[in-house]
Design a protein around this ligand. Structure first.
Ligand code: SF4
Length: 344
Protein backbone atom coordinates (compact mmCIF):
# COMPACT_ATOMS: atom_id res chain seq x y z
CA UNK A 1 0.00 0.00 0.00
CA UNK A 2 2.99 2.28 0.55
CA UNK A 3 4.73 1.24 -2.69
CA UNK A 4 7.64 -0.46 -0.96
CA UNK A 5 6.82 -3.76 -2.71
CA UNK A 6 5.04 -4.58 -5.96
CA UNK A 7 1.48 -5.94 -5.96
CA UNK A 8 1.21 -9.58 -6.99
CA UNK A 9 -0.35 -8.86 -10.38
CA UNK A 10 2.76 -6.85 -11.32
CA UNK A 11 4.90 -9.91 -10.59
CA UNK A 12 2.55 -12.25 -12.51
CA UNK A 13 3.11 -10.04 -15.57
CA UNK A 14 6.86 -10.74 -15.46
CA UNK A 15 6.63 -14.54 -15.46
CA UNK A 16 7.22 -15.87 -18.98
CA UNK A 17 4.50 -18.32 -20.14
CA UNK A 18 6.64 -19.26 -23.15
CA UNK A 19 3.72 -19.78 -25.55
CA UNK A 20 0.56 -18.02 -26.65
CA UNK A 21 -2.18 -19.14 -24.22
CA UNK A 22 -4.93 -18.44 -26.78
CA UNK A 23 -3.65 -21.40 -28.81
CA UNK A 24 -3.91 -23.95 -25.99
CA UNK A 25 -6.85 -26.12 -24.95
CA UNK A 26 -8.18 -25.80 -21.42
CA UNK A 27 -6.35 -28.86 -20.07
CA UNK A 28 -3.01 -27.65 -21.40
CA UNK A 29 -3.68 -24.19 -20.01
CA UNK A 30 -4.18 -25.63 -16.53
CA UNK A 31 -0.98 -27.67 -16.85
CA UNK A 32 0.91 -24.54 -17.83
CA UNK A 33 -0.75 -22.56 -15.03
CA UNK A 34 0.36 -25.17 -12.47
CA UNK A 35 3.95 -24.93 -13.67
CA UNK A 36 3.94 -21.13 -13.60
CA UNK A 37 2.49 -21.02 -10.06
CA UNK A 38 5.75 -22.56 -8.83
CA UNK A 39 7.81 -19.95 -10.70
CA UNK A 40 5.59 -17.18 -9.37
CA UNK A 41 5.84 -18.37 -5.77
CA UNK A 42 9.62 -18.45 -5.97
CA UNK A 43 9.88 -14.98 -7.51
CA UNK A 44 7.31 -13.53 -5.09
CA UNK A 45 9.31 -14.72 -2.08
CA UNK A 46 12.60 -13.46 -3.59
CA UNK A 47 11.04 -10.01 -4.07
CA UNK A 48 9.59 -10.03 -0.54
CA UNK A 49 13.03 -10.86 0.84
CA UNK A 50 14.75 -8.12 -1.23
CA UNK A 51 16.71 -10.70 -3.23
CA UNK A 52 15.17 -9.59 -6.53
CA UNK A 53 13.89 -6.30 -7.98
CA UNK A 54 10.87 -6.14 -10.25
CA UNK A 55 12.49 -3.39 -12.32
CA UNK A 56 15.31 -5.73 -13.31
CA UNK A 57 12.94 -8.22 -14.95
CA UNK A 58 11.85 -7.98 -18.58
CA UNK A 59 8.24 -8.16 -19.73
CA UNK A 60 7.61 -11.37 -21.67
CA UNK A 61 5.44 -11.54 -24.79
CA UNK A 62 3.07 -13.99 -23.08
CA UNK A 63 2.91 -13.90 -19.30
CA UNK A 64 1.49 -15.88 -16.39
CA UNK A 65 -1.20 -13.18 -16.16
CA UNK A 66 -2.14 -13.80 -19.81
CA UNK A 67 -2.63 -17.49 -18.98
CA UNK A 68 -4.93 -16.55 -16.12
CA UNK A 69 -6.93 -14.17 -18.30
CA UNK A 70 -7.40 -16.82 -20.99
CA UNK A 71 -8.50 -19.40 -18.42
CA UNK A 72 -10.91 -16.95 -16.79
CA UNK A 73 -12.69 -16.25 -20.09
CA UNK A 74 -12.91 -20.00 -20.79
CA UNK A 75 -14.33 -20.57 -17.30
CA UNK A 76 -17.00 -17.94 -17.92
CA UNK A 77 -18.55 -19.72 -20.93
CA UNK A 78 -19.87 -22.29 -20.15
CA UNK A 79 -19.77 -20.52 -16.80
CA UNK A 80 -18.04 -22.30 -13.94
CA UNK A 81 -16.75 -19.21 -12.18
CA UNK A 82 -18.60 -19.89 -8.97
CA UNK A 83 -19.90 -22.82 -7.00
CA UNK A 84 -23.33 -22.53 -8.64
CA UNK A 85 -21.81 -23.96 -11.82
CA UNK A 86 -24.58 -22.59 -14.04
CA UNK A 87 -22.63 -23.75 -17.13
CA UNK A 88 -24.50 -21.19 -19.26
CA UNK A 89 -22.93 -19.88 -22.45
CA UNK A 90 -22.43 -16.27 -21.42
CA UNK A 91 -20.54 -15.74 -24.68
CA UNK A 92 -23.86 -16.22 -26.51
CA UNK A 93 -25.75 -13.92 -24.18
CA UNK A 94 -27.31 -16.61 -21.98
CA UNK A 95 -27.36 -15.30 -18.42
CA UNK A 96 -26.69 -17.36 -15.31
CA UNK A 97 -28.00 -16.71 -11.81
CA UNK A 98 -25.82 -13.58 -11.48
CA UNK A 99 -27.20 -12.17 -14.78
CA UNK A 100 -23.79 -10.77 -15.75
CA UNK A 101 -22.63 -10.35 -19.37
CA UNK A 102 -19.63 -11.88 -21.12
CA UNK A 103 -16.34 -9.94 -21.49
CA UNK A 104 -17.73 -6.78 -19.90
CA UNK A 105 -18.19 -5.87 -16.25
CA UNK A 106 -21.03 -3.74 -14.95
CA UNK A 107 -19.72 -1.07 -12.59
CA UNK A 108 -22.35 0.72 -10.50
CA UNK A 109 -20.03 3.09 -8.66
CA UNK A 110 -16.43 3.62 -7.56
CA UNK A 111 -15.06 5.92 -4.89
CA UNK A 112 -12.74 6.19 -1.90
CA UNK A 113 -14.47 4.14 0.79
CA UNK A 114 -13.71 5.41 4.29
CA UNK A 115 -15.89 2.84 6.11
CA UNK A 116 -13.68 -0.24 5.67
CA UNK A 117 -11.33 -1.57 8.38
CA UNK A 118 -8.89 1.14 9.54
CA UNK A 119 -5.63 -0.01 7.88
CA UNK A 120 -7.36 -0.27 4.49
CA UNK A 121 -8.76 3.24 4.09
CA UNK A 122 -9.07 5.17 1.91
CA UNK A 123 -9.99 2.08 -0.06
CA UNK A 124 -10.52 2.52 -3.81
CA UNK A 125 -13.76 0.58 -3.97
CA UNK A 126 -15.41 -0.63 -7.16
CA UNK A 127 -18.99 -1.90 -6.91
CA UNK A 128 -19.81 -4.53 -9.54
CA UNK A 129 -23.38 -5.45 -10.43
CA UNK A 130 -24.96 -8.85 -9.97
CA UNK A 131 -24.49 -11.58 -7.39
CA UNK A 132 -24.47 -15.34 -7.27
CA UNK A 133 -26.30 -15.27 -3.90
CA UNK A 134 -29.92 -14.36 -3.28
CA UNK A 135 -29.67 -13.05 0.28
CA UNK A 136 -33.14 -12.12 1.50
CA UNK A 137 -31.61 -9.43 3.76
CA UNK A 138 -29.15 -7.96 1.20
CA UNK A 139 -28.28 -4.32 1.90
CA UNK A 140 -27.06 -3.76 -1.68
CA UNK A 141 -30.07 -5.46 -3.23
CA UNK A 142 -30.52 -2.76 -5.87
CA UNK A 143 -27.20 -3.54 -7.59
CA UNK A 144 -27.05 -7.24 -6.66
CA UNK A 145 -30.57 -8.41 -7.44
CA UNK A 146 -33.07 -5.75 -8.55
CA UNK A 147 -31.15 -3.89 -11.30
CA UNK A 148 -27.79 -5.65 -11.65
CA UNK A 149 -27.25 -4.44 -15.23
CA UNK A 150 -28.09 -0.78 -14.61
CA UNK A 151 -24.50 0.44 -14.16
CA UNK A 152 -21.76 1.37 -16.62
CA UNK A 153 -20.61 -1.50 -18.87
CA UNK A 154 -16.82 -1.40 -18.77
CA UNK A 155 -14.13 -3.02 -20.90
CA UNK A 156 -10.80 -4.13 -19.38
CA UNK A 157 -8.97 -0.89 -20.43
CA UNK A 158 -11.75 1.25 -18.94
CA UNK A 159 -11.63 -0.75 -15.70
CA UNK A 160 -7.85 -0.23 -15.58
CA UNK A 161 -8.41 3.53 -16.03
CA UNK A 162 -10.84 3.54 -13.08
CA UNK A 163 -8.24 1.80 -10.91
CA UNK A 164 -5.53 4.22 -12.03
CA UNK A 165 -7.70 7.20 -11.12
CA UNK A 166 -8.53 5.73 -7.69
CA UNK A 167 -4.84 5.17 -6.92
CA UNK A 168 -3.69 8.55 -8.24
CA UNK A 169 -6.27 10.26 -6.05
CA UNK A 170 -5.10 8.55 -2.87
CA UNK A 171 -6.54 5.02 -2.63
CA UNK A 172 -4.36 2.65 -0.58
CA UNK A 173 -5.72 -0.35 -2.48
CA UNK A 174 -8.31 -1.40 -5.07
CA UNK A 175 -11.30 -3.05 -3.41
CA UNK A 176 -13.35 -5.29 -5.73
CA UNK A 177 -16.83 -5.74 -4.26
CA UNK A 178 -20.48 -5.79 -5.29
CA UNK A 179 -22.98 -7.32 -5.54
CA UNK A 180 -20.20 -9.80 -5.96
CA UNK A 181 -16.97 -9.48 -7.99
CA UNK A 182 -16.62 -13.20 -8.92
CA UNK A 183 -18.89 -13.10 -12.02
CA UNK A 184 -16.70 -10.24 -13.35
CA UNK A 185 -13.42 -12.08 -12.72
CA UNK A 186 -12.32 -12.33 -16.40
CA UNK A 187 -12.63 -8.59 -16.95
CA UNK A 188 -10.94 -7.80 -13.63
CA UNK A 189 -7.94 -10.02 -14.45
CA UNK A 190 -7.83 -8.65 -17.99
CA UNK A 191 -7.80 -5.08 -16.63
CA UNK A 192 -4.50 -5.81 -14.86
CA UNK A 193 -2.88 -6.17 -18.30
CA UNK A 194 -3.60 -2.47 -18.88
CA UNK A 195 -2.73 -1.33 -15.35
CA UNK A 196 0.92 -0.26 -15.14
CA UNK A 197 0.66 1.22 -11.69
CA UNK A 198 1.49 -0.44 -8.43
CA UNK A 199 -1.57 -0.88 -6.22
CA UNK A 200 -2.55 -3.78 -3.95
CA UNK A 201 -5.63 -5.71 -5.02
CA UNK A 202 -8.27 -6.54 -2.42
CA UNK A 203 -10.95 -9.22 -2.97
CA UNK A 204 -14.12 -8.38 -1.00
CA UNK A 205 -16.35 -11.36 -1.66
CA UNK A 206 -18.80 -13.97 -0.40
CA UNK A 207 -16.02 -16.48 -1.17
CA UNK A 208 -18.31 -18.72 -3.20
CA UNK A 209 -15.90 -18.84 -6.14
CA UNK A 210 -15.32 -22.22 -7.78
CA UNK A 211 -12.11 -24.07 -7.00
CA UNK A 212 -10.78 -23.09 -10.45
CA UNK A 213 -11.68 -19.40 -10.15
CA UNK A 214 -9.96 -19.21 -6.78
CA UNK A 215 -6.79 -20.71 -8.30
CA UNK A 216 -6.74 -17.81 -10.76
CA UNK A 217 -7.06 -15.31 -7.93
CA UNK A 218 -4.44 -16.70 -5.56
CA UNK A 219 -1.46 -15.17 -7.37
CA UNK A 220 -2.93 -11.73 -8.05
CA UNK A 221 -4.86 -10.81 -4.89
CA UNK A 222 -2.84 -9.21 -2.08
CA UNK A 223 -5.53 -8.77 0.58
CA UNK A 224 -8.57 -10.97 1.18
CA UNK A 225 -11.78 -9.66 2.71
CA UNK A 226 -14.09 -12.69 2.74
CA UNK A 227 -17.54 -12.95 4.31
CA UNK A 228 -18.20 -16.05 6.36
CA UNK A 229 -21.92 -15.76 6.85
CA UNK A 230 -23.34 -19.13 7.86
CA UNK A 231 -22.40 -21.99 10.13
CA UNK A 232 -24.39 -24.63 8.24
CA UNK A 233 -25.83 -25.38 4.79
CA UNK A 234 -29.49 -25.19 5.85
CA UNK A 235 -29.27 -21.51 6.83
CA UNK A 236 -27.21 -20.76 3.68
CA UNK A 237 -29.86 -22.33 1.47
CA UNK A 238 -32.78 -20.73 3.26
CA UNK A 239 -31.38 -17.16 3.48
CA UNK A 240 -29.06 -16.94 0.42
CA UNK A 241 -30.16 -19.84 -1.78
CA UNK A 242 -26.55 -21.04 -1.78
CA UNK A 243 -26.08 -24.82 -2.05
CA UNK A 244 -22.89 -26.53 -0.76
CA UNK A 245 -22.03 -23.34 1.11
CA UNK A 246 -19.83 -24.75 3.86
CA UNK A 247 -17.81 -26.95 1.55
CA UNK A 248 -17.11 -24.11 -0.91
CA UNK A 249 -16.37 -21.33 1.56
CA UNK A 250 -14.20 -23.30 3.97
CA UNK A 251 -12.19 -24.75 1.07
CA UNK A 252 -11.58 -21.25 -0.32
CA UNK A 253 -10.75 -19.75 3.08
CA UNK A 254 -8.08 -22.37 3.74
CA UNK A 255 -6.47 -21.83 0.32
CA UNK A 256 -6.55 -18.05 0.38
CA UNK A 257 -5.32 -17.66 3.96
CA UNK A 258 -1.99 -19.13 2.84
CA UNK A 259 -1.72 -16.62 -0.01
CA UNK A 260 -2.00 -13.12 1.42
CA UNK A 261 -3.36 -11.11 4.32
CA UNK A 262 -6.94 -11.80 5.35
CA UNK A 263 -9.68 -10.17 7.40
CA UNK A 264 -12.72 -12.46 7.73
CA UNK A 265 -16.01 -10.67 8.27
CA UNK A 266 -18.93 -12.24 10.03
CA UNK A 267 -22.22 -10.39 10.34
CA UNK A 268 -24.20 -11.59 13.34
CA UNK A 269 -27.78 -12.37 12.31
CA UNK A 270 -30.67 -12.18 14.80
CA UNK A 271 -31.59 -15.64 16.04
CA UNK A 272 -28.50 -17.20 14.38
CA UNK A 273 -25.86 -16.99 17.09
CA UNK A 274 -26.00 -20.69 17.98
CA UNK A 275 -26.45 -22.09 14.48
CA UNK A 276 -24.17 -19.67 12.59
CA UNK A 277 -21.98 -17.29 14.63
CA UNK A 278 -20.60 -19.88 17.04
CA UNK A 279 -19.83 -22.57 14.44
CA UNK A 280 -18.23 -19.95 12.16
CA UNK A 281 -15.95 -18.69 14.94
CA UNK A 282 -15.12 -22.23 16.04
CA UNK A 283 -14.20 -23.24 12.51
CA UNK A 284 -11.87 -20.26 12.14
CA UNK A 285 -10.20 -20.95 15.49
CA UNK A 286 -9.68 -24.62 14.66
CA UNK A 287 -8.62 -24.31 11.03
CA UNK A 288 -6.80 -21.03 10.42
CA UNK A 289 -3.71 -19.58 12.01
CA UNK A 290 -4.40 -16.55 14.14
CA UNK A 291 -1.11 -15.09 12.92
CA UNK A 292 -2.45 -14.99 9.35
CA UNK A 293 -6.08 -14.04 9.82
CA UNK A 294 -8.01 -11.29 11.60
CA UNK A 295 -11.72 -11.61 12.34
CA UNK A 296 -14.21 -8.79 12.34
CA UNK A 297 -17.49 -9.72 14.04
CA UNK A 298 -20.03 -7.18 12.85
CA UNK A 299 -23.16 -6.12 14.68
CA UNK A 300 -24.77 -3.63 12.28
CA UNK A 301 -27.48 -5.93 10.89
CA UNK A 302 -30.75 -4.27 9.99
CA UNK A 303 -33.74 -5.83 8.16
CA UNK A 304 -33.70 -4.99 4.45
CA UNK A 305 -34.98 -6.15 1.06
CA UNK A 306 -37.28 -9.23 1.11
CA UNK A 307 -37.24 -9.54 4.88
CA UNK A 308 -39.07 -6.22 5.07
CA UNK A 309 -41.54 -7.19 2.33
CA UNK A 310 -42.28 -10.70 3.59
CA UNK A 311 -41.44 -10.76 7.31
CA UNK A 312 -43.69 -13.80 7.80
CA UNK A 313 -41.22 -15.92 5.76
CA UNK A 314 -38.11 -15.00 7.72
CA UNK A 315 -39.50 -13.83 11.07
CA UNK A 316 -36.37 -14.33 13.16
CA UNK A 317 -34.34 -11.81 11.14
CA UNK A 318 -37.05 -9.14 10.93
CA UNK A 319 -35.49 -7.15 13.79
CA UNK A 320 -32.19 -5.67 14.94
CA UNK A 321 -29.80 -7.62 17.15
CA UNK A 322 -30.40 -7.82 20.86
CA UNK A 323 -27.60 -6.64 23.16
CA UNK A 324 -27.49 -10.17 24.63
CA UNK A 325 -26.83 -11.68 21.16
CA UNK A 326 -23.96 -9.29 20.48
CA UNK A 327 -22.41 -10.03 23.87
CA UNK A 328 -22.81 -13.78 23.36
CA UNK A 329 -21.02 -13.53 20.00
CA UNK A 330 -18.16 -11.46 21.40
CA UNK A 331 -17.83 -13.76 24.43
CA UNK A 332 -17.48 -16.75 22.11
CA UNK A 333 -14.83 -14.95 20.03
CA UNK A 334 -12.93 -13.99 23.16
CA UNK A 335 -13.12 -17.54 24.52
CA UNK A 336 -11.64 -18.82 21.27
CA UNK A 337 -8.84 -16.25 21.33
CA UNK A 338 -9.94 -14.49 18.14
CA UNK A 339 -9.50 -10.80 17.53
CA UNK A 340 -13.12 -9.93 17.55
CA UNK A 341 -13.73 -6.24 17.95
CA UNK A 342 -14.28 -4.03 14.88
CA UNK A 343 -10.81 -2.87 13.83
CA UNK A 344 -10.48 0.89 14.03
S1 SF4 B 1 -20.65 -16.56 -12.04
FE1 SF4 B 1 -21.72 -18.16 -10.92
S2 SF4 B 1 -23.86 -17.44 -10.87
FE2 SF4 B 1 -22.85 -16.29 -12.51
S3 SF4 B 1 -23.24 -17.48 -14.37
FE3 SF4 B 1 -21.26 -18.12 -13.55
S4 SF4 B 1 -21.66 -19.94 -12.31
FE4 SF4 B 1 -23.64 -18.83 -12.63
Amino acid sequence: MTDRKPAKFMIAKRIDAGEDPRKLDEGSLWDLHGKLVDEFTLLWSRIKEDREELEGLSKPEHSFLDVKVELAYRLSSPCRLCERMCRVERRRGTPGVCLQPYAEAVVHSYFHHMGEEGPLVPSGTIFYGGCNFRCVFCQNYDISQVAPLAGERVSPPRLAAIQRWLRETGARNINHVGGEPTPSLPVILDSFRYLDMNVPQLWNSNFYASREALKLLLDVIDIWLPDFKYGNDICALRLSRAPRYIEAVTRNLKEAAENGDMIIRHLILPGHVDCCTKPVLRWIAENLSRDDVLVNVMEQYRPEHLVVKRPDKWPEIDRRLRRSEIEEAYDEAEKLGLIYKPIS
